[in-house]
Design a protein. Structure first.
Length: 254
């Protein structure tokens, strides 16, 4: 059973004048109901203008009646960003399931070993996608506390290393830096030399032609990159207080 506000992948099963009965792919085909008032943000005269039987959609759970075993879902409450994220997550889960099957064949695992491994991985990492991401990044260390048959563990690690790329976030900004002191060139060089790569990030500095320098910071998460640039801004501003520096940051597309 999903929870309220969960995003679910559904298939329209039967359309009625007042709504549609749907099945939830991720919950063994459990039925959910999409009322006509939850299909679109405006009044609907004909529900068939928006829904077709067999159609697959991303919906949001907005009410659950445990006593009646009823799940009510909404289409209009799903934002475009949420839809894209859910579709991408589903695609990743399907890919992870296929990689898991490849590992099972490679290790010649039994049905019992496969079931035990899947249960262990999901309990420890949340889902197979999380498991493969951890294996791709940490290797055998990720399985230290996970009980999996050795042959299968080896196969999972090998496949993860080959197939999983660690997600990264990158931001670029142009730093315009100029000094009006007699030793201006040396001051600018000293400031640039003092820029250190933030912990957990990779920083690259490219000369674009005085007084412009492109700063690129890459990390695992977008928040890390933002914090790194915030610290970099403060460091340069503090240095600018000691020397007559002209400092200007120009954000670029990530």
């Amino acid at each position: 059973m999903p929870e309220v506000n969960d995003l679910v992948l559904i298939k329209v099963k039967k359309i009625l004048p007042y709504g549609a009965f749907c099945t939830m792919d991720e919950y063994a085909g459990r039925e959910a109901f999409l009322h006509i008032s939850e299909v679109a943000p405006r009044w609907i005269k004909n529900i068939h203008e928006f829904l077709n039987e067999g159609q697959r959609l991303v919906c949001k759970v907005h009410r659950i009646d445990v006593e009646k075993d009823q799940v009510d879902i909404s289409l209009k409450r799903v934002t475009e960003t949420e839809k894209k994220r859910k579709v991408n997550d589903a695609r990743q889960q399907r890919r992870s399931a296929k990689l898991f099957e490849v590992a099972l064949k490679q290790a010649k695992s039994t049905t019992v070993e496969a079931q035990d491994a899947k249960r262990e991985l999901e309990a420890h990492f949340g889902d197979l996608t999380g498991a493969f991401e951890a294996l791709g990044e940490e290797g055998a260390e990720a399985l230290e506390e996970v009980k999996i048959e050795k042959g299968l563990a080896k196969a999972l690690i090998e496949i993860a290393k080959k197939s999983i790329k660690t997600p990264t976030a990158t931001l670029r900004e142009i730093l315009q830096l100029a000094s009006y002191s007699p030793q201006g060139v040396d001051v600018v060089k000293d400031v640039l030399a003092s820029l250190k790569s933030p912990e957990g990030c990779r920083m690259d500095v490219h000369y674009l032609g005085a007084p412009r320098y492109q700063i690129t910071i890459t990390a695992k998460e977008y928040k890390q990159v933002q914090k790194a640039f915030d610290r970099l801004h403060k460091a340069v501003e503090q240095r600018a207080k000691k020397d007559p520096l002209l400092v200007e940051w120009v954000a670029q597309e990530s």
